[in-house]
Design a protein around this ligand. Structure first.
Ligand code: FAD
Ligand code: NAP
Length: 442
């Protein structure tokens, strides 16, 4: 490889494993920063954002201003606005008056940054990471590189429930793969979609829009209903640095409750998806009188599956009335979510990472994982702290702020001003003195 890190034997200050949006944001904020030698590696040939889930007309669930850089460095040349200007379509974009930006446009913006940033190396899967004396050694297929610190940005993996793992195949798959399975799905007459989050909604919406409709669709969700995302102003405050700061101070027990209480600020269905599905159902049923049997079935937990010849037999518990139901399908789509897992490459040092009582990793305030290695060798982790840092950790909203937090920790000074603003919502208890002052004036 004829690039900076193979020409020089000097260790990098920071090596990134994975280039999804989160490490891309870090790379964008580090671009041009004097005195920090950083390089990021990804297995893919180029930046591509969840390509197999890019169904037609899907939309972004967050503001385009919460891009790679803007919340902490609005003058960066890697902002979404800078992308629009570079493409000569800022005015056209504004005139489009999107309530939600097409996800493909955000993906195109990320890909534009992925192409332009000099500190990224694609087609370089990191196979192994070990600690040698005072450096990490990252091994890839054609060599290795040394780094003082690393940042894990390998994303989360599709979650496949234990009862489903033995059945995975062309007609029984996680929706992370749906783009590769559309032909198999088009041949199926009876389709069951499991999981009532946004991914499940996008799959069902797509099925209802097909030119060739299946004979039946069953959408099973464990939640009490097909719940909308809560994007109202107070609820959205959980996507703020102030909230993360307050959440960080909670005990594990209270974190669990706070996380459960805020789940629908992140994992609910977009209103546009709900409306789209409902109106398609109306049209198919009452206007087109289409020969399709569709049932939306909340409060169902699928607990078992069997393959019987060419068909799948699914058993679900109904938490609404306590019933047990059986469904037959030619194809099953699991939209059962994603989970962070420690990447395989970290296995040589994974046993040195500290874990909490539930075996979760423990990222600190600066997103460095607690471990028994040298203090000067830090392992930062993005998207690994949904429990430790709260609901925003797996979302785009705070990615620029988190990247800036990591950079400040890396260089040991406040390169970015991350002073917390006065919170609109006061989450933690006031101190006794504050309460006393408040009472004195009341
Ligand atoms: C379909 C979908 C849509 C979403 N839309 C939104 C949204 O609108 N708003 C929002 O806030 N959140 C959204 N999210 C949630 C979240 O923002 C995304 O999942 C986001 O992509 C997470 O970014 P990441 O950088 O952690 O990981 P990823 O995007 O998953 O990227 C990880 C990268 O690591 C690479 N990699 C893994 N292992 C290695 C290795 N050993 N060596 C080299 N490279 C490796 C992979 O090739 C991959 O490119 C969405 C999630 C999904 C699934
Ligand atoms: N367009 C977009 O912007 C977009 C698109 C896709 C995803 N996303 C984001 O990506 C994240 C992941 O979304 P997601 O929809 O993939 O996952 P998700 O929000 O975690 O939803 C998964 C769903 O599957 C259910 N489930 C799991 N096991 C089940 C079982 N055995 N039986 C029945 N239901 C079961 C879960 O139930 P419980 O709720 O009870 O656990 C949950 O409702 C979210 O933050 C989402 O907003 C965004």
């Amino acid at each position: 490889m004829s690039d900076a890190f193979s020409r020089s034997t000097a260790p990098l200050d920071l090596a990134g494993i994975g280039i999804g949006p989160f490490n891309l944001s870090l790379a964008a904020l580090l671009d041009g920063m004097e005195g920090i030698d950083a390089c990021f590696f990804d297995a893919k040939p180029c930046f591509d954002w969840h390509p197999a889930m890019m169904l037609p007309d899907v939309e972004l669930q967050s503001s385009f201003l919460k891009d790679l850089v803007t919340p902490v460095c609005p003058t960066s040349s890697w902002s979404f606005i800078a992308y629009l200007v570079a493409q000569r379509r800022l005015f056209t974009f504004l005139n489009a008056q999107y309530e939600a930006v097409p996800r493909q446009e955000m993906a195109n913006y990320f890909a534009w940054a992925g192409k332009g940033l000099p500190n990224l190396r694609f087609q370089t899967p990191i196979r192994e990471i070990d600690l040698e004396a005072r450096h990490f050694r990252l091994t890839y297929d054609s060599g290795s590189v040394l780094a003082r610190n690393i940042v894990v940005g390998t994303g989360s993996r599709p979650f496949v429930p234990a009862w489903a793992t033995n059945h995975l195949g062309p007609r029984f798959f996680h929706c992370a793969d749906i783009g590769h399975r559309l032909d198999d799905l088009a041949r199926a007459e009876r389709i069951v979609v499991i999981g009532g989050g946004q991914s499940g909604g996008e799959v069902v919406d797509h099925l209802l829009s097909s030119e060739r409709l299946p004979r039946s669709i069953r959408w099973l969700s464990r939640r009490h209903n097909f719940e909308p995302i809560n994007e109202t102003p107070f609820s959205n405050q959980v996507f703020s640095p102030e909230y993360v700061d307050a959440y960080r101070r909670l005990s594990d027990e209270r974190k669990k409750t706070a996380l459960e209480n805020s789940i629908l600020t992140s994992d609910g269905l977009s209103i546009s998806t709900i409306n789209g599905i409902y109106r398609k159902l109306y049209r198919l049923r009452h206007i087109d009188c289409a020969p399709i049997d569709v049932a939306m079935m909340p409060s169902r937990t699928v607990v078992q599956v069997e393959r019987q010849g060419e068909e799948y037999r699914l058993v679900a518990r109904n938490s609404f009335d306590g019933g047990i139901e059986v469904f037959f399908a030619d194809a099953v789509v699991l939209a059962t979510g994603f989970r962070f897992v420690v990447p395989d490459a970290l296995h040589p040092i994974a046993h040195r990472l500290y874990r909490d009582a539930e075996r979760r990793l423990m990222p600190g305030d600066d997103y460095a994982l607690a471990w028994d290695g040298p203090r000067e060798n830090r392992i930062f982790a993005q998207n690994a702290g949904r429990f430790s840092h709260g609901i925003a950790d797996s979302q785009l909203s705070l990615m620029a702020w988190r990247s800036a937090t990591i950079i400040n920790a890396l260089v040991g000074r406040a390169v970015f001003d991350l002073t917390l603003p006065d919170p609109i919502l006061v989450w933690p208890s006031e101190t006794p003195q504050e309460r006393a002052v408040g009472l004195a004036y009341s």
